[in-house]
Write a protein that binds this ligand. Structure first.
Ligand code: ADP
Ligand code: MG
Length: 281
């Protein structure tokens, strides 16, 4: 389907490594593809290149046609010594993809880098995965350990604020749907869970994000990297993978995450009759 609407841009960002940005990016990409959308993906964490390699593993599968695996148009924008050139390459890639796809997913590095800042400024939706720990909360806010109250928002929250201004200066809407998602949730650890929930709810009000259900700590989210697959692909019979009860729960969790981020709404908005992803239809 050729689209007449400008693509919706989802940026996955957090000024910290190892919070699940690339994992979430890959699942969002495959989620969008499973809904029938045309997807462009951009890796600006090209030094680690986790997303790029995940997608290369997918592209390299010999059974890609038999399994009916869809692929995004993927571009890696590695930083070089030429800052202006890097920024131009990223801007041009996004500008071109906006007219050619339904959605663009941008995976960013866990550091404050000029390409990351520019990448953030294209976000219609910004998804920030957060490890389920008070240490990771530090990226969003300074918390007083005595009172467990928020003292002030920190760097990354300010950076998001700055990128909204950058958008406004380019004459684009400054409203960004900022979503914070807890990742690697543990079933145990009730005390930490309570503290996190309280602080995140307060912070959501103060710095303006939506808190959505995230992903639990599950082996299945990392074990399919070399295969280039996600759980959302298992509606097809894949040799070596047997679906078990824990996978069914995980798929339900992925589906809730996709709904909360707005993927199903996006599909409906573009005239796709959203099929149920992966094995539920
Ligand atoms: N929900 C999860 N359950 C289990 N492992 C996860 C989950 N999310 C991420 N991981 C693992 O945590 C590590 C960091 O994730 P990654 O997506 O590479 O983070 P980032 O891109 O933010 O650096 C990887 O080994 C990844 O497989
Ligand atoms: Mg990454």
């Amino acid at each position: 389907m050729t689209t007449t609407k400008r693509a919706h841009v989802i940026v996955v960002g957090n000024e910290k490594g190892g919070t699940g940005k690339s994992t979430v990016s890959m699942h969002l990409i495959v989620g969008l593809l499973s809904l029938g959308l045309k997807v462009g993906s951009i890796d600006i964490d090209a030094r680690q290149a986790t997303l790029t390699r995940y997608l290369q593993n997918r592209t390299a599968r010999k059974d890609i046609e038999r399994l009916g695996l869809a692929l995004p148009e993927h571009v890696a924008v590695p930083p070089t010594a030429d800052r202006a050139g890097d920024e131009a390459q990223l801007s041009e890639t996004v500008a071109r993809m906006l007219g050619e796809h339904d959605a663009i997913v941008i995976d960013t590095p866990g550091s404050d880098h000029y390409l990351s800042r520019l990448g953030h400024s294209f976000a219609d939706t910004l998804v920030t995965p957060l490890n389920d720990s008070l240490i990771d909360l530090d990226v969003l806010a300074l918390v007083d350990p005595q009172t467990m109250r928020i003292v002030r928002p920190s760097h990354y929250a300010e950076m998001v604020w700055e990128t909204k201004k950058a958008r406004a200066l380019r004459g684009e809407k400054a409203v960004v749907d900022w979503i914070v998602m807890r990742n690697r949730l543990h079933a145990l650890d009730a005390r930490n869970k309570r503290d996190m929930e309280k602080l995140l709810a307060e912070l959501a009000r103060r710095i303006g994000f939506r808190l959505v259900p995230g992903l639990g700590e599950r082996v299945i989210y990392r074990s399919m990297f070399l295969e280039g697959l996600t759980l959302l692909d298992l509606r097809h019979k894949v040799p070596g993978f047997e679906l078990n009860m824990s996978h069914v729960t995980a798929r339900q969790e992925l589906r809730s995450m996709m709904e909360a981020v707005g993927l199903m709404g996006l599909a409906r908005d573009r005239g796709f009759v959203a099929p149920l992803p992966a094995g539920e239809g």
